[in-house]
Ligand binder design. Structure first.
Ligand code: URP
Ligand code: ZN
Ligand code: ZN
Length: 525
């Protein structure tokens, strides 16, 4: 299959001008078409429309990229593409809150860029993602500009989070520019990756305060980076250099500790907090405890943490094991099931992927030392199928909850609901048609990522995204992608999401509780 694809690709590049074939996009993938080929008036008939709060049998009419009507028996004239969805679910396209496309990391760059990663996403029913901008030498503006350039390849809608990797007088000013002028409403702080992205508690506190004043959401990668560094040294001293050393050097206790620390620092300044890639029971329990006490803390599990276990890291084949290296690590059997339970009960709120792919050659950089294996796994194309299979097919979650955790909650948290995350008149026409009776199969031979491996290799299950509509265009149908590089839109995201509602009252209550100033009687000396 891979060879066939390569042949088609070569044929397209060198011979398409002679045969008048559809244009080839910048990245050279064979499934590029011109935008005018894609229907702009679509009627989806007879499906079960699922939103996060209800489901009903209805038609959905789309025109010029927007959902115009959602009701039974919509009548249309000529020139409208009719898609029969009888017996199928019509749901909002997935929104992935956590991706790294074209990210320079650990001496290399992720293999999926804004075109190939997004093409893969669309084939799997995800129609928007939020990617992490990494500052250039600490400069947010330079980082933003670099990512604007990278994202020119986009074929679906996307937004940005911004990482904060150092603190000086410019950073808070640039944070303000990001929020007020560039449409970024979230900032990520890495408590791990000592020597590169890691920040101190002092910086985290500054960042939390600044986020709060801007109405932005502070996000943390919660692992104790100093202790991880120590754990890595210990593994090397023990002669453990393979991928299993990655998991052994950064156990759940270090994720639990950092999660607790971040939560307590956020409580100290009364700022909302979003914990990315919650991988362990330890971290989840810290989040649950904080939520019980009324703190505004969001936990994001990722597909790998929900589905996989760490036994794969002991595989005797280096590449097979190394492809699973990510941080925090994939945990021992048992953590995934507790994370699934926490997702079904609402402790964990939305599912991301942390899609950050490296191919076998890149993973081989760490053949003699696990510390050099680029951290990251795939998931953008697989998330919608695997979450359905693990959560809905298993009976842990309803279809409406599935929509909530794969799309709506993300739209609400990043303040773009109901434009995104809903099948409602006026919403963007980002829609999937999902057949619960069909079957999905995952393989690197047939996936759309540029990676030569897939951490979900060989998995199959019930439920399949049969059609993806992005921005009002059918981009995935009959197992074929029709995507156009450059057609994706940047979605600006305003500050002050729902987590900020009433936070001023909590601050006022806190100030009142201080019972100050105290009118003291001065000693007469
Ligand atoms: O291993 C991972 N997670 N790679 C991506 C960077 C991050 O920490 O999110
Ligand atoms: Zn991270
Ligand atoms: Zn990440």
């Amino acid at each position: 299959m891979r060879h066939l694809r390569s042949l088609i690709l070569l044929f397209s590049i060198f011979l398409s001008p002679l045969f008048g074939l559809s244009q080839i996009c910048e990245s050279g993938l064979e499934y590029c078409e011109s935008e005018s080929d894609l229907a702009s008036k679509i009627l989806i008939k007879g499906g079960t429309v699922v939103n996060a709060d209800r489901q009903e049998i209805a038609d959905v009419y789309v025109e010029d990229g927007v959902i115009v009507a959602v009701r039974p028996n919509i009548k249309v004239g000529d020139g409208v593409r009719i898609v029969d969805a009888t017996g199928k679910f019509v749901m909002p396209g997935g929104i992935d809150p956590h991706t790294h496309l074209a990210m320079e990391f650990m001496g290399t760059e992720t293999i999926d860029n804004f075109f190939t990663g997004q093409a893969a996403a669309l084939a799997g029913g995800t129609t928007m993602h939020i990617d992490f901008v990494i500052p250039v030498n600490g400069s947010l503006l330079k980082g933003y500009e670099a990512y604007v350039e990278k994202a020119n390849l986009s074929c679906m809608d996307y937004g940005f989070h911004m990482a904060i990797t150092k603190w000086d007088d410019d950073v808070p000013k640039e944070m303000e520019i990001m929020v007020k002028e560039k449409g970024i409403n979230s900032f990520k702080f890495f408590m791990a990756y000592k020597g590169s992205l890691m920040i101190s508690d002092e910086l985290l506190l500054e960042g939390l305060k600044m986020c709060k004043s801007l109405g932005a959401l502070a996000m943390v990668h919660a692992e104790n980076g100093d202790a991880v560094f120590e754990g890595q040294k210990r593994m090397i001293q023990l002669g453990i250099t393979g991928p299993e050393g990655h998991a052994l050097s950064r156990p759940p206790v270090l994720e639990g500790e950092a999660t607790s620390r971040a939560i307590r620092l956020a409580a100290f300044v009364n700022a909302p907090l979003y914990v990315v890639h919650v991988m362990s029971t330890d971290a989840m329990e810290e989040i649950a405890r904080a939520q019980k006490s009324g703190q505004r803390v969001i936990g994001e599990p990722v597909v790998s943490g929900l589905i996989l276990d760490d036994s794969v890291l002991w595989d005797p084949d280096f590449i097979t094991a190394a492809k699973f290296v990510m941080s925090p690590p994939i945990r021992a059997v048992g953590h995934g099931k507790t994370l699934q339970a926490a997702l079904s009960t609402g402790i964990l709120k939305l599912v991301g992927t942390d899609h950050c792919t490296f191919n076998s050659t890149q993973k081989s950089f760490g053949i003699d030392d696990f510390r050099k294996i680029p951290n990251g796994v795939n998931g953008l194309e697989e998330r919608m199928h695997l979450v359905w299979d693990a959560m809905v097919e298993s009976g842990q979650m309803s279809a409406t909850d599935y929509v909530r955790v794969t799309s709506t909650e993300c739209a609400k948290l990043f303040n773009i609901y109901p434009r995104k995350g809903a099948i409602l008149a006026g919403s963007d026409a980002d829609i999937i048609i999902f057949n619960p009776n069909s079957t999905f199969h995952i393989s690197a031979q047939s996936h759309h990522s540029r990676s030569d491996t897939n951490v979900y290799e060989g998995r199959s299950g019930k439920g399949k995204v049969e059609v993806t509509i992005a921005g009002g265009r059918i981009v995935w149908e009959n197992e074929e992608l029709k995507v156009v590089s450059g057609s994706g839109k940047y979605i600006t995201m305003p500050p002050f999401n729902y987590l900020y509602h009433g936070i001023d009252k909590a601050d006022a209550k806190y100030l009142a509780s201080l019972k100050t100033p105290v009118n003291r009687i001065r000693p007469s000396i």
